[in-house]
Design a protein around this ligand. Sequence first.
Ligand SMILES: Nc1nc2c(ncn2[C@@H]2O[C@H](COP(=O)(O)OP(=O)(O)OP(=O)(O)O)[C@@H](O)[C@H]2O)c(=O)[nH]1
Ligand SMILES: [Mg+2]
Length: 346
Amino acid sequence: MFKKLKDGVNSLKKKVEEKTGIKEEEIRPEEIPETQETDEKPIDKDSDVKDKKTSFKNKAKKFIKERKVILSEDDVEDPISDFKFDLIENDVAFDVAEKIGEDVKKDLVGQEIKWREDVGKIVNESLRNSILNIFTSEFEFNRYIKETDKPVVIIFVGTNGVGKTTTIAKMAKMLRDKDYKTVLANGDTFRAGAMEQIEKHGEKLDLKVIKHQEGSDPAAVIYDAVEFAQANNYDIVLGDTAGRMHTDVNLMDQIKKIKRVVDPNLVFFVDEAVAGSDAVERAREFDEAVDIDASILTKIDADVSGGAAISISYATKNPIIFVGTGQSYDDLRKFDPEWFVEEIVG
Ligand SMILES: Nc1nc2c(ncn2[C@@H]2O[C@H](COP(=O)(O)OP(=O)(O)OP(=O)(O)O)[C@@H](O)[C@H]2O)c(=O)[nH]1
Ligand SMILES: [Mg+2]
């Protein structure tokens, strides 16, 4: 998971270490001849190796004298500039990459690093704080479900094939396992096969599914499910919708209608982490159309970049509440920003 972003972080740490020269600590200060002057020029000017050695010794001598170094703008400027580029290459939206870069720079410049202190750790700490800052909004799903009047109605929206129906099945199982009576509503009356797909989940999980015939009004199906839940003391209604492109005005209007008619407690935007920056744009559009409450990122088991999670949170100012980590019912995990940052920063 997130391999590419992890590589970017490691490369940033290495570059800052190189700039400060602190990582070259394998050569112990006592090994440096006392007679060596800090401003000594190499005897053989053509020798690159000698040049480097001398410059390192100079730096090391500075350490022995001062036993600390203060990170300057010059030390971090280039490494951070490269890192911002890495972020953007890994699906972090441009403005988010800028923000993280600036935050980290502000935090690092002026920091005092003592002899033998781990520069990598200091960079990590800065990055951790900066990325955690992006995930500011929180949503306690379990508490919300527990404390809200029943039935709690949740609608899932997103583009085609991102994992909406699978996520609904996973969530239904999770809620069923907590003893909430859950009904599924097949609001995807559009795609041939959608009905069978959700019915199959219903059978496997032993859950009631409300459906109308193909081509019927999705708002009416979900509305029916809500009435069913009220009449039969169900706790939760999970309403599926057909996948749609955020650019399709008619289908986006249809989803606005669903929201208007059903008046759900929550609207969850589902997208696949592997969609990267496309997912960010879509999140913005769906948020604009139906005011989403939270996002769910699927397929993070196949995501090498990790950037979508950071960008979606920033773009919608809404939390990511769950992530899909595979194709089985139990592959739904509560999204924990601390876990995410730990995965990336290490
Ligand atoms: N690896 C992986 N695959 C997933 C995950 N979530 C869903 N999938 C797979 O993605 C494919 C599409 O899932 P669906 O749930 O049908 O997607 P959808 O958004 O309902 O699709 P439409 O209804 O056509 O818009 C299926 O093969 C799922 O098994 C996940 O977290 N990880
Ligand atoms: Mg579906």
